[in-house]
Design a protein around this ligand. Structure first.
Ligand code: SR1
Ligand code: MG
Length: 423
C-alpha cells in the first residue's frame, strides 16, 4: 500500500492483499501473505485493531476509522488522530524507553500504524477484573508518567522545541473535544448519550447533577485542562490503555495526546485504580477480594511515590528548560530554593490530580463511555452499589481536593466508603 491511495478501512478479508507488499510488515512476520492469519480484536471505542500472524512472527495493525466506532458514522471523527498517536508514541519511546510498543510503520493517508504485537500481554483492566495482582505496575507506570510528563515540559525542553511541539499537537482538536465534553460536562447534566444503571442510581444521579459545588469544581478542572498546556499528555491513560504481563507493562493508545496539565494523566490513571477497588465487590463470585483490594490501595500508594521520586530526581538532574532555571537556584548555591519550588510544583499536581480523578470516576458511571470494571457486574443491584460508592468517593475528592493532604488519607476514605452498608 502506498500512502497516496485514498483512505479505505481494512477488513480481515482485505488486509493481506492490501498490506501484502508492505516491507516493514513482511520483514516482521514473513513475506508470504497467503500464509497470514488475520484477526480483528479491537474492543476500544474508536478504532480497528488487527493481529496479523505470519510464518515468522506477528504484528498489530491499528487503523483509525472516520467515525467513533462506539457510536457509528453519525459521529464523524478525523483520521488525523492516528498521526497524533504515532507522534506521541515516538516521543514517549524517546522519553521513557521501553514503555510503549515499537512502531514498524506509519501510513498517514490510511491512518494506520503497524506496531509490535505484545504477547502474552493482556489489557490491565482485564487483569484487575480477574483479580490478578501485578507487582510491577506501580513502578512502571509511575516511572512512565514522571518521565514523559517532565521531559515533555518547559522544565526540560528548550522553549523553541516545546512551542513547536505544542503547535503540532494543538490540532488534535476533536479528540480534546471528546474529553472536554464527555469527561468534564456531560456527566453533570442530562446529555443525550449519557447512561447509568437505572433505576438504582436515578436518585444519586439527580443529586449529583444538582450539586452546585461539584459542577463548579468540574468546570474549574475543565478550565485547567483546556488552558494549562504544561506538557505532552498521553491524554487517555486509563487501565484499558495499558498492557501487562506479570512482569512487563506497556502503555498504548495515546491518540488523545495533547499539551495539557501534568495532573490529568496521573489523576485519570489513579481514578481507574480506585474504580477497580470499588468494583471488586462485584467480582467476588469465585472468592473474596480482600487481598486484591489491599493490593490496589498499595499500588496507588506506590504509583504516587514512584512518580514523586522520579519527578524529583529529574528535577534535580535534568532541569534544563526555561522554568525554575538552575541559574536562579543551584548556581547561586540555593539548593533549598530549588527544593521549595519542586514542592510547589508537586503540590499543584497533587491537588489537581485528585480533582481529575474524581471527575473521571463520575464520567465512567454517568456518561457515555463506561468501563468494564463495573459493566461486567451482571447483578445490577450489586453493580449500582459499587458504582454509588465510587460516585460518593469521586465527589468527595473532587470537591475537597485542596483540603486533602496525603494518599493515605484518600485510601482511608476509599476503604471507609467501600465498607458502608446501605449504599
Ligand atoms: C467516544 S470515545 C469515548 C472514550 O473512549 C476513549 O477511550 C476515551 O476515554 C474517550 O473518552
Ligand atoms: Mg483508547
Amino acid at each position: 500500500m502506498t500512502g497516496k491511495l485514498p483512505f479505505e478501512a481494512l477488513s480481515v478479508e482485505t488486509l493481506a492483499t492490501r498490506l501484502g507488499a508492505n516491507e516493514a510488515l513482511c520483514a516482521k512476520i514473513g513475506k508470504d501473505a497467503t500464509q497470514w492469519k488475520v484477526r480483528e480484536v479491537g474492543d476500544g471505542n474508536l478504532n480497528l485493531v488487527f493481529i496479523v500472524e505470519g510464518a515468522s512472527g506477528a504484528a498489530v495493525v491499528k487503523q483509525a476509522l472516520p467515525y467513533v466506532r462506539l457510536v457509528g458514522d453519525s459521529w464523524p471523527l478525523p483520521l488525523k488522530r492516528s498521526f497524533f498517536e504515532y507522534h506521541a508514541l515516538t516521543r514517549q519511546e524517546a522519553r521513557a524507553p521501553g514503555s510503549v510498543p515499537a512502531i514498524h510503520h506509519f501510513d498517514e493517508a490510511q491512518a494506520l500504524i503497524i506496531m509490535e504485537y505484545l504477547s502474552p500481554h493482556i489489557i490491565l483492566r482485564r487483569a484487575l477484573i480477574e483479580g490478578r495482582q501485578l507487582p510491577n505496575i506501580a513502578r512502571d507506570i509511575g516511572l512512565f508518567m514522571a518521565r514523559t510528563l517532565f521531559r515533555g515540559s518547559d522544565l526540560s525542553m528548550t522553549a523553541r522545541d516545546r512551542k513547536a511541539d505544542l503547535a503540532l499537537f494543538a490540532d488534535n482538536v476533536e479528540l480534546c473535544d471528546i474529553t472536554e465534553n464527555l469527561v468534564f460536562s456531560d456527566p453533570y447534566f442530562d446529555a443525550k448519550m449519557n447512561r447509568h444503571t437505572s433505576p438504582q442510581l436515578d436518585a444519586v444521579v439527580a443529586e449529583l447533577r444538582a450539586d452546585r459545588d461539584l459542577k463548579v469544581e468540574a468546570q474549574r478542572l475543565k478550565h485547567i485542562f483546556a488552558a494549562n498546556a504544561e506538557t505532552l499528555l498521553h491524554g487517555d491513560l486509563h487501565s484499558g490503555s495499558i498492557m501487562v504481563t506479570d512482569t512487563e507493562t506497556r502503555m498504548i493508545d495515546p491518540e488523545f495526546a495533547f499539551y495539557g496539565p501534568m495532573a490529568f494523566d496521573v489523576g485519570m490513571l489513579l481514578a481507574n485504580f480506585w474504580m477497580s477497588f470499588f468494583s471488586q465487590r462485584g467480582h467476588e463470585q469465585q472468592g473474596k477480594r480482600d487481598a486484591m483490594r489491599a493490593h490496589l490501595l498499595d499500588v496507588i500508594v506506590e504509583t504516587w511515590a514512584v512518580f514523586r521520586a522520579e519527578f524529583s530526581h529529574l528535577w534535580r538532574t535534568e532541569r534544563t528548560g526555561m522554568l525554575y532555571q538552575k541559574s536562579l537556584f543551584e548556581d547561586q548555591g540555593d539548593r533549598l530554593g530549588a527544593e521549595q519550588a519542586l514542592d510547589h510544583v508537586l503540590h499543584q499536581i497533587w491537588t489537581d490530580l485528585l480533582g481529575f480523578a474524581g471527575i473521571e470516576v463520575h464520567r465512567r458511571i454517568l456518561g457515555l463511555a463506561h468501563n468494564a470494571d463495573f459493566e461486567t457486574i451482571a447483578n445490577e443491584d450489586l453493580r449500582a452499589s459499587c458504582e454509588a460508592k465510587a460516585l460518593k468517593f469521586g465527589r468527595h475528592i473532587a470537591v475537597n481536593r485542596r483540603q486533602i493532604h496525603s494518599i493515605d488519607e484518600v485510601n482511608h476514605l476509599a476503604a471507609l466508603i467501600e465498607q458502608e452498608s446501605g449504599i
